[in-house]
Design a protein around this ligand. Structure first.
Ligand SMILES: NC(=O)c1ccc[n+]([C@@H]2O[C@H](COP(=O)([O-])OP(=O)(O)OC[C@H]3O[C@@H](n4cnc5c(N)ncnc54)[C@H](OP(=O)(O)O)[C@@H]3O)[C@@H](O)[C@H]2O)c1
Length: 326
């Protein structure tokens, strides 16, 4: 396993990391725990979760949030200190008016609950799940900085921010002497290349770490969906994941799958491995967060990175740009 420095920090992250959005939502505790064990055995050192991950994301029952954190907390008993744990705050975790957002009030309460569910007294990377247009950014940053100073949080990061929002946050952190967002977590794959325009140049200039989420386009790039054919019954599309449906509606999604099929065959890789290799070949990406719902899926990703030879050439990347930039 290769480890990369996360932005300008001294923290090293495994080139692939474990996403846990499926835990307690689409897969049960036993399968989730087996995936965690295999990930750690395979050299993965970062586990990404969020306070909202759980069944509530599909059925709208906000009492069913936090199941992923609970499962991780139980699975990591005795090994908490061997793992870098990242979680998130902002999305609604209850029906109360203040059960969401990035106010000082909600952040402090949400962190305590995440710590309880994860059975730990610190979070390594605490991420804001998106930009909160209703809370002044300096209120959020001061609250996060206080948590860092208290020792409850090691580093702070953001997710789903535009480059200007991250730049504004960095400016405020510098002005007030707050901890700054050392990383960003953004969607990035062969079918969601938006970050290449503004985020990538920004993070390269400011030495910000990048966690790429949904590197397989939520499973689309593994080639499991066919136009006008019902999805496999054990897939996320069959489970009704809304964001996946939206992605699949992008005109180019199926075309990209067909375009990379011969390239993956040439390499002797599965489609999923090829899609992952594309993300890992980008110098700006610190780690790709792999979202396996089955042990074999994680093992496929691990085999790729453990082979040590998984970066695409400049020529291949250039050709992919032409193929996917529609
Ligand atoms: N910050 C945010 O807003 C945000 C948003 C989304 C995700 N995330 C994070 O990123 C993580 C990864 O996201 P993601 O789950 O969407 O990532 P992904 O890697 O794009 O998709 C994972 C899905 O792809 C399919 N898959 C994976 N390997 C496969 C293989 N070898 N063969 C066939 N199918 C395969 C599985 O679908 P099936 O389950 O259908 O088999 C799996 O659930 C999440 O767990 C979460 O931690 C963050």
């Amino acid at each position: 396993m290769e480890y990369k420095s996360w932005g300008r920090t001294g923290l090293k992250l495994s080139h692939i990391s474990l996403g846990t959005m499926a835990f307690g939502r689409w897969i049960d505790e036993q399968h989730s725990a087996a995936i965690i064990d295999a990930a750690l055995e395979g050299g993965i050192n970062l586990i990404d979760t969020a306070d909202v991950y759980g069944k509530g994301m599909d059925n709208g029952n906000l009492r069913q949030t936090g199941e992923s954190e609970q499962i991780i907390g139980r699975a990591l008993k005795g090994k908490r200190h061997d793992v870098i744990l990242a979680t998130k705050v902002k999305n609604p975790v209850g029906t109360g008016i203040n059960d969401k957002g990035l106010s000082r009030y909600h952040i402090f309460r949400a962190l305590e609950k995440s710590l309880q569910r994860l059975q730990t007294d610190y979070i390594d990377i605490y991420q804001v799940h998106g930009f909160d247009h209703e809370t002044p950014l300096d209120e959020t940053l001061r609250a996060l900085d206080d948590l860092v100073r208290e020792g409850k949080v090691r580093y702070i990061a953001c997710s789903n921010f535009a480059a200007w929002q991250l730049a504004k946050a960095h400016g405020l952190s510098a002005l007030h002497g707050f901890s700054r967002f050392e990383g960003i977590q953004s969607e990035y794959s062969l079918i969601t290349r938006d970050i290449e325009r503004e985020i990538v140049p920004f993070v390269q200039s400011e030495k910000v770490g990048v966690m790429a989420y949904s590197p397989l386009g939520r499973g689309i790039l593994a080639g499991k969906y066919k136009q006008d054919v019902p999805p496999p019954p054990d897939s996320r599309l069959a489970a009704g994941e809304k964001r996946l449906e939206l992605l699949l509606n992008k005109r180019s999604a199926y075309d990209v799958v067909e375009a990379i099929r011969p390239l993956a065959t040439q390499r002797g890789w599965s489609l999923a491995q090829y899609a992952l290799a594309f993300v890992l070949s980008q110098p700006a990406i610190t780690t790709a967060i792999v979202g396996a719902s089955k042990l074999e899926q994680l093992q496929e990703a691990l085999h790729l990175v453990q082979s040590g030879e998984y970066r695409l050439s400049e020529q291949e990347l250039h050709e992919l740009l032409l193929l996917t930039d529609k």
